[in-house]
Every structure is written in C-alpha cells, then in structure tokens.
Design a protein around this ligand. Structure first.
Ligand code: ADP
Ligand code: MG
Length: 238
C-alpha cells in the first residue's frame, strides 16, 4: 500500500487553477522531492497533503485512508517550514514538547521522546536555551525535532534549508539524509535547489504550473529527461 497517494488532485483559488490534476503514489520510507520553479504549486500541494489547504477535487490518501477534509492533527503528518516558527518565550525542550502536551501525552513519555530526538539531532546541550540564543542551523534542528517527537507517518518539509547560508545548507542536507536513513520515514521535501533534490531524493517529482512534468529517480531524470523543461531544470544547477 502507498504511504501517500494523490489521485487527480486539484486546487483552485477562486477562478485560478493552481494544482491541475496530480497523480502520485509514494511508497513507505521513500524520500520524495518536489522541484519546480517558484510559483508552480509546490507549497500548495504540500499544504493540501498537510490539510492546511482544502482540496478542490480529487482524492488524497495517507496510509490507505482517505484524508480529504480530515483535520491536520489527525493525518499522522508533521510539517517543517522554511521559517522555523519556534515559540520565542519557550526553551528548546518546551518548544519540542509543546504539541505533545496538547495531544494529552504523559509528561514522562514527552520527556523520553524529546530527549530521544534531541540526541538524534545533537541538541542535548541546548535544551534550556531560548530560540534567540541559537544559530539558524540550531533553530532549524529544533523545528525538525518538534516534528520527530510526534512520530509522524509522513514528514513534510517546505524548503527547510533555504534560510541558511550555503555552508550550513550543505551540512544540514547531510543531516537530513542521515535522519531519513535512521528513521526510515516517508518524507516529502520541497526545494527549488537542484543539488538538494539530486542528492536527497529516492524519487523526484518535477512540477510546472500545477502539473507533474516527470517523476523518476534522480539519475533517470538526469539521463533521460522527458522534455526540455525537465532537462533545463535538472541538468543545470544554479
Ligand atoms: P511554490 O511553492 O511552488 O513557489 P505556491 O504553491 O506557493 O508555489 O503557489 C502557487 C501559485 O498559487 C502561485 O501563483 C501563488 O500566487 C498562488 N497561490 C498560493 N496561495 C494562494 C492563495 N491563498 N490565494 C491565491 N493564490 C494563491
Ligand atoms: Mg513554496
């Protein structure tokens, strides 16, 4: 069974058709990267999967269950955004545990999960700090930690590294690859960075104007692009 399945998924904002019939099946444990130019609908598609945007038509399944209209908190997903959106007045530990507290999970279990994720992400020494006392990379780690503690079936990342400087971006890219290997989780990752897509993805989905141009393994897209658009996009790193 697919971990995530989109069937003729569509989204309009008023009279504007933004996502124009996307079909896609994502296997459990697969690292899938959505690429495409700015404005092609990557974030919108991710937000539809997360439940942050309504689905105009078509069907979304997560873990085999139809998720159209299901509350975001009930989808078994966790999303990491480009802006870290940490709570400034809370410590790292509190930031990471906050959503679990609201889900009614016991304190001891919250601490166990938070410590576990902190270990994975190398945050152990920073647990009592507030976000303003962290570097950009550390903040993004906390944001990822906040997702990990929820033990989601699917991680959604929307350009998580694009606010970081080039060196840190490369470092965090390696960290995310390790994380995927360790957790064996299903990941849908949006980026407009070709190198990030080529190095992280099991499968790349190339989007243009709300349509899937091609789906394939990175090297297959590179060697055998379906058209000039894909060739231009995959073949010419910025
Ligand atoms: P990407 O993430 O690929 O850069 P987006 O998914 O953010 O693209 O946006 C795709 C298109 O949808 C853009 O043209 C954008 O202006 C439009 N769009 C996104 N959100 C809204 C909205 N709430 N209302 C109207 N148009 C929107
Ligand atoms: Mg976007």
């Amino acid at each position: 069974m697919a971990a995530v399945e989109l069937t003729d998924l569509r989204k309009s904002f008023g009279t504007l058709d933004i996502i124009k019939g996307v079909d896609l099946a994502i296997d459990p444990g697969e690292f899938v990267v959505f690429v495409g130019p700015s404005g092609c609908g990557k974030s919108t598609l991710l937000r539809m999967i997360a439940g942050l945007e309504d689905i105009t038509s078509g069907e979304l399944r997560i873990g085999g269950e139809v998720m159209n209209g299901v509350d975001p908190s009930q989808r078994g997903i966790a999303m990491v955004f480009q802006s870290y959106a940490l709570y400034p007045h809370m410590t790292v530990r509190e930031n990471m545990g906050f959503a679990l507290k609201f889900a009614g999970i016991a304190r001891a279990e919250i601490d166990r999960r938070v410590d576990d994720a902190a270990g994975t992400l190398g945050l152990g020494a920073l647990m009592d700090r507030k976000p303003k006392a962290l570097s950009g990379g550390q903040r993004q780690r906390v944001a990822i930690g906040r997702a990990i503690v929820r033990d989601p079936k699917v991680f959604l990342f929307d350009e998580p590294l694009s606010n970081l400087d080039a060196e840190l971006r490369v470092h965090m890219r390696v960290e995310i690859a390790k994380l995927h290997k360790r957790l064996q989780s299903t990941i849908i990752y949006v980026t407009h960075d070709q190198v990030e897509a080529m190095t992280l993805a099991d499968k790349i989905v190339v989007l243009r104007s709300g349509i899937v141009e091609q789906v394939g393994r990175p090297l297959d897209l590179y060697d055998d692009p379906a058209n000039m658009f894909v060739a231009g996009f995959i073949g010419s790193p910025k």
